[in-house]
Design a protein around this ligand. Sequence first.
Ligand SMILES: [Zn+2]
Length: 83
Amino acid sequence: MPTKQVCPRCGQDWIHPYRFRADGTTFSLCTECDSLWWLGEAVEVARAKFLDDVVAERLGVEGSPWGGLVWADVIEPIPGHGG
Ligand SMILES: [Zn+2]
């Protein structure tokens, strides 16, 4: 069962359930170091992705991966999952 878990990369924050607004794809995110894990993946340093990289892939914007967007435009925390 999912439990509150400290980010294994930075150890500074819990990882929080998030999702992409566009299609509802869910993932776990450390808001401290921007590490991302897809839901169901083992939350390990070796498997950690970087939020910027994932956003760049999804949005396909060169230069700035966010293309002028901010977090709240692209992703949102999932309510009701603790945290
Ligand atoms: Zn972290």
